[in-house]
Design a protein around this ligand. Structure first.
Ligand code: 5GP
Length: 380
């Protein structure tokens, strides 16, 4: 059985229909054995218990018994009466009758306790409760249900009558909400790419994205997008930029985490990080962020091009696009900034055995072959 996603939440299989059927048979036999009359009244609490009730009632198989379907609703009374409960749909006279309430789940016990009291006030001979599921650790009021299909830990479950905002009731099996819904696939290929301006990083990133079907995260693009849309993150980021300051690591990490969590499906094969990390704390934070989600950095590619070649390429690029800031001196400064920033990171990843230096000179295809070979050698 596979996981299912409902309303953006992921649930995993928890109790199979075969197990449910087995326990329904057992509970039915116990209920039947303990009945002191041959004509008890079963009271099924809608909506959640409808499927369990159908199964159970058929298994109990007492021809002289009756079944009622009720809805138990909370509503606001007058100021003096406050919150009130109302049983809808119980039209039969249950005075002196043996009553068995059928519930789907007892969690805090609030519903079960109030309903039991309301039914007891109608002078039945006795009231007992049978529930498919019971969370003993969550019980706050009232007594334990007399008959329980499954005792479960305090987790949120759906299926077999139980809903999530009215959906999922029709599932034959029971599913449980996954503990960490941020979990990513553990066989993702996550690549960090470094390359000085002019190294061909953009072109090779595109090749990597196409070849390994990766999700591209450029923190620069994400930041610009947040600023453009005027989100809270964008506003905060803009304040730093306007004051000529670097965006703090925590803010960058927060933005990154959000992008990853919002794009789990697109990122299922892996992510290419472009322009990130820029500092050792960012690299450490990236590691934590990925580890928390069950994955890690798979490889770090550094495109290495001799300084003079970079300068020549950038001067040429500047002449072609008419960018006045692309003169040799400013280019040299930009390259210095780049090297000062990346060399500690290269060391960081070298120590982890993840860094692969790739010569960024030659044909685009030839360089890409080297990159693939390097990545595949780490992940073989
Ligand atoms: P109580 O807290 O009063 O025992 O339970 C109240 C109601 O909350 C239950 O009747 C059920 O409708 C809902 N509920 C409690 N736990 C769960 C759960 O794990 N899954 C679903 N779908 N509903 C639940």
């Amino acid at each position: 059985m596979a996981d299912i996603t409902i309303k953006g939440l992921t649930f995993e299989p928890y109790i199979s229909q075969e197990e449910i059927a087995k326990q329904v048979e057992r509970v039915a036999a116990e209920v039947k054995r303990d009945c002191v009359t041959d004509s008890p009244v079963f009271v099924c609490v809608l909506k959640g218990a409808f499927m369990f009730a159908a199964h159970l009632y058929r298994a109990i198989n007492m021809p002289k018994s009756e079944i009622a379907f009720i809805r138990y609703k909370s509503y606001s009374g007058t100021e003096t009466t406050g919150e009130m409960n109302k049983i809808l749909g119980l039209n039969d006279d249950i005075t002196g009758r043996e009553v068995i309430i059928i519930e789907d789940i007892v969690d805090t016990g609030l519903t079960a306790h109030a309903l039991r009291q309301d039914i007891e006030a109608m002078s039945p001979m006795s009231v007992k409760m049978v529930t498919l599921l019971y969370k003993p650790a969550s019980l706050k009021v009232g007594k334990e249900p007399e008959y329980v299909g499954f005792e479960i830990p305090p987790k949120f479950i759906i299926g077999y009558g139980l809903d999530l905002d009215e959906q999922a009731r029709g599932l034959s099996d029971i599913y449980v909400l996954k503990e960490n819904n941020n979990q990513l696939h553990n066989n993702m290929l996550n690549i960090v790419i470094f390359g000085a301006p002019g190294s061909g990083k953009g072109t090779q990133s595109e090749n990597l994205i196409a070849h390994y079907k990766l999700f591209h995260i450029s923190t620069g693009d994400v930041l610009r997008d947040h600023i453009k849309r005027g989100t809270e993150l964008g506003k905060t980021a803009k304040e730093f930029i306007d004051q000529g300051q670097l965006i703090p690591d925590e803010l960058m990490i927060g933005i990154l985490a959000q992008v990853i969590d919002d794009n789990k499906e697109l990122a299922q094969n892996g992510v290419i990080f472009d322009g990130f990390p820029r500092t050792i704390p960012q690299a450490e934070a990236l590691e934590t962020l990925l580890n928390e989600r069950g994955t890690c950095v798979s490889a770090v590619v550094g495109l290495e091009v001799p300084e003079q070649e970079l300068i020549d390429r950038l001067v040429k690029r500047g002449q072609m696009s008419g960018r006045s800031d692309d003169n040799e001196e400013t280019i040299k400064k930009r390259l210095d900034v780049y090297h000062n920033q990346t060399s500690p990171l290269q060391e960081f990843y070298k120590e982890k055995g993840l860094y692969r230096a790739i010569k960024g000179i030659g044909t685009i295809d030839g360089i890409f072959e080297d990159i693939k070979a390097a990545i595949d050698s780490i992940n073989a």
